[in-house]
Design a protein around this ligand. Structure first.
Ligand SMILES: *Cc1c(COP(=O)(O)O)cnc(C)c1O
Length: 276
């Protein structure tokens, strides 16, 4: 368990008005940044979704972001998913939203039509934690190995559900980063597409941790090429592999330029993290 979980009550639902206003201002600024980047890239307005990366934030802070217009959230740690999900689901329902895993097929259909807030896992998942996240999340973005995908698939089938997944690709090649090697991505995506219990929704990457914009952009551009090739080969089960989850607070404009459909922002929405 991360140390901050011991001294911050992540299930806390109350928030000081000044903090809620700060988050609302941040959300508006972030949505403006995304809209400006869409225009600059010649992209359709609204083609990029903002996912708020909520690690270290409590339920009250996350609901303030939702009240300000955030419509997708992502957690890194299974323990945080477990601690926050009940409060988030209840408070979202009070505002007319469903949030996170939708179990029955009829509920899945109505969730797509009406107000639904997807809840993604964006951090590394150890296989012994799969059971913790499956009841809560719509999509696991951090699938980077066939063995992990098979274990998630088995658990989803046993639960009688289908869970969204994305294949995480380590485009920068940095050793500290998770993600499969780019050379394996197409093969892995096609194998994952064939697994029952999983719905392959797209590809995810974390931008290179360097100053050079050309290097960061090249990684994003490559992920897009991989996605386009997966769609062009049309292997069974890859037809929904459309999303490109790439770009964070520092590099979202570059990612949007290279075709991101989801940007994951933490600092831009909530301010600097007090814990890491
Ligand atoms: C923390 C995190 C983010 C958001 O990072 P910021 O720099 O705070 O925007 C995005 N993606 C992943 C996987 C993260 O862990």
């Amino acid at each position: 368990m991360a140390a901050y979980m011991e001294h911050k009550n992540l299930a806390n639902e109350t928030i000081a008005p000044a903090r809620a206003r700060e988050i609302a201002d941040n959300v508006r600024r972030t949505l403006d940044r995304i809209a400006a980047a869409e225009v600059a890239a010649g992209r359709e307005p609204g083609s990029v979704s903002l996912l708020a990366a909520t690690k270290t934030r409590d339920v009250g802070e996350i609901m303030a972001a939702i009240d300000a217009g955030v419509r997708m959230i992502g957690e890194n740690r299974p323990q945080e998913v477990q601690v926050k999900a009940p409060g988030l689901v209840r408070l979202a329902a009070a505002r007319g939203f469903s949030l996170g895993a939708v179990e029955s097929e009829s509920a899945q259909e109505s969730a797509q039509e009406s107000a639904h807030i997807p809840f993604h896992l964006i951090g590394q998942l150890q296989s012994n934690k799969i059971g913790k996240v499956l009841p809560a999340v719509d999509c696991i973005e951090s699938v980077d190995a066939i063995a992990l995908a098979e274990k998630i698939a088995r658990r989803a089938v046993a639960r009688g559900t289908t869970v969204g997944v994305m294949l995480e690709v380590n485009e920068s090649g940095e050793e500290s980063k998770s993600g499969c090697p780019p050379s394996h991505a197409i093969d892995f995506a096609q194998r994952i597409g064939n697994m029952g219990g999983l719905r392959l929704q797209g590809l995810m990457t974390i931008g290179a941790h360097v100053q050079d914009e050309a290097t960061i952009r090249a990684g994003f551009a490559h992920l897009r090429k991989v996605r386009d090739q997966i769609l062009a080969e049309a292997s069974p089960g890859t037809e929904h592999c459309t999303e490109l989850s790439m770009g964070m607070t520092q590099d979202m404009e570059l990612a949007i330029r290279e075709g991101a459909t989801i940007v994951r922002a933490g600092t831009a929405v909530f301010g600097p993290r007090a814990f890491v």
